[in-house]
Design a protein around this ligand. Sequence first.
Ligand SMILES: Cc1cc2nc3c(=O)[nH]c(=O)nc-3n(C[C@H](O)[C@H](O)[C@H](O)COP(=O)(O)OP(=O)(O)OC[C@H]3O[C@@H](n4cnc5c(N)ncnc54)[C@H](O)[C@@H]3O)c2cc1C
Length: 414
Amino acid sequence: MKKIAVIGAGIVGITTAFELASMGNSVTVFEQNSAGAEEASFANGCIFSPGFVTPWVAPGLPKTLLGKLLREHSPVRIGGLGAKEVAWISKWRAACKMDSYLVHRSQLHNLASFSNEVFKDITRRLSLEYENSKGFMVLYRSPEEQKNAQRVLQTYREMGVPFLEISAEKARILEPALNLETQLNGGLYFPEDEVANCRQFALMLKDECEKLGVRFEFNSNVSPLTPAQPTLITTQTGQTKFDAVVICAGVRSAELLSPIGIKVPMLPIYGYTLSAAVREAIDAPLSGILDDRHKVTISRIGQRIRVSGIAQIGGSPKKHVSGAFSTLYKVLNDWFPGAARTSESVQEWKGARAMLPEGIPLIGACKVPGVWLNIGHGSSGWTLSCGAARALSNLIDGRLPGTNLIGFGMSRLD
Ligand SMILES: Cc1cc2nc3c(=O)[nH]c(=O)nc-3n(C[C@H](O)[C@H](O)[C@H](O)COP(=O)(O)OP(=O)(O)OC[C@H]3O[C@@H](n4cnc5c(N)ncnc54)[C@H](O)[C@@H]3O)c2cc1C
């Protein structure tokens, strides 16, 4: 039995603590907030997509996004460009080459499939009931958008991803409330993907962690690790020595690792969501869709609708780029007009995706003994969390990871 500290009580930290405790370890989770899932895991898009999961790198993507940058409803916004952002963009562009994209796409897909198995295993074993709905669709407004998508469909087929190419008519059968007045050319349907409430699952699993003896130290801000004693955790209330430390600190992970010589090229890529109560069920989505043109998802979470999108590079967590929310309202209104109570108590939220240039996380041992990483899950952290947690915990416990982790290790930063 090892004495292990997990830093961060987002979905990644909580799933990691659960796995480590299930293997019989003594686990303490340190969290700067007063509750779990208060940062990126708070109000994300809630799309759990083992089929569609995609690294935000692809051949041609830099050109496509650049072409849209000045448009009113661009999926990408610039909040400010400093040296850090410019260096990150240059690495990201290099990762968009075809050979690198194909490798990362397949690595991410393997991890997401494993994650789906682990997620199902946990929910079945613990009889967890969370808000969810089956199926996820990608919608193409124009023939050109649908044609451009063909490039990646072959890779889906080769990887055995379960999906169907669907006509506009079929999409409207699957989601009967889709607005007839918005042009729809066709789409993709991922029957095994789902909408699932990330924060609700995280908080339920936190309770299960406590049943296994995990201690949660809330309101504890962990200081950056020190080279002399990297597994000594320092907070504002004291110091504790552990056998191992697992970094699950989302966008703050790089700052914790920097003093021990681990430089992680991580950037917060900000995103926005709005959540509103369903006004008329008949007008509302049954599950989740992605509007491919605007890269905005709309999902049904119990009696609410959540709209999520925008990739903001640079800027700050609190300051909103102009027009971000109006894009979300526009896309909601394009597809499901009248579905949500948008005139009253709408929750508008901004969160940060901890993104590495290749679009895939770092999972595994760090070069400093005793320090382990589960960081940089970018836009798919909810989907990947259960699998990343199980694989890493297996490694820490001295077992095989249970899935292929080649490509997720620190060596790719060399
Ligand atoms: C707008 C948006 C939409 C998204 N939609 C989806 C989606 O539909 N599907 C999907 O799969 N993923 C989605 N994601 C991504 C997903 O939300 C994240 O990848 C995931 O939540 C990351 O979880 P995490 O635990 O690593 O990070 P977080 O949830 O940010 O948790 C990290 C925790 O560490 C704590 N912490 C940090 N530093 C310290 C410290 N020094 N001391 C103590 N505590 C510390 C923080 O307070 C925080 O609670 C979305 C993200 C955003 C922003």
